[in-house]
Design a protein around this ligand. Sequence first.
Ligand SMILES: C[S@@+](CC[C@H](N)C(=O)[O-])C[C@H]1O[C@@H](n2cnc3c(N)ncnc32)[C@H](O)[C@@H]1O
Length: 186
Amino acid sequence: MQGEPEVAVCRLGHRPGRDERMTTHVGLTARALGADRVVFPDNAGQSMETVEDITSRFGGPFEVELSGEQKSLIRDWEGQVVHLTMYGERVQDVEGEIREAHQEREEPLLVVVGGEKVPFEVYETADWNVGVTNQPHSEVAGLAVFLDRLFEGRELEREWEGADRKVVPKETGKKVVEPDSEASDE
Ligand SMILES: C[S@@+](CC[C@H](N)C(=O)[O-])C[C@H]1O[C@@H](n2cnc3c(N)ncnc32)[C@H](O)[C@@H]1O
């Protein structure tokens, strides 16, 4: 988030067609819940376009990149690397250390989530292998819970820049306005 050390998300692996929605949702979740950037594999161009489109309409800042060099991104990351995996240490046991590195020592954080099988090298390279429960579920759910724990809920209050629309929370119905106006009811 702005004013804080970078949080980037690396989505490892993408099977075109089959993983399209999941990869897109990793990007949308990273954006909505406070990360600064997502790095997709270089065959995930369609997901990149969708996340960029949402950012241009609903605001940023948020960056989306494609990379054919994700292993070196992880290996050479100048900061701390968290790999989300059901086999890892319990998030509630390590979130304090991770926050300390990120917020007190101001180290950029790379959060790695998998798709298909994650190479063992990633488990070895990560500073923390972190489980959001030790039950199998999804990269989107794991990422959402992890980011909310990392930011302790601050991401829910963030402001968005450069949006051409803003959702006004309502008890029922939908209200979308131009930023700085209270115009259109739906
Ligand atoms: C559907 S899982 C497949 C995992 C794959 N079988 C493997 O060996 O890594 C896809 C991704 O979801 C995330 N994930 C699934 N369950 C998780 C959990 N309990 N805690 C954290 N992340 C989880 C991990 O990032 C994982 O790589």
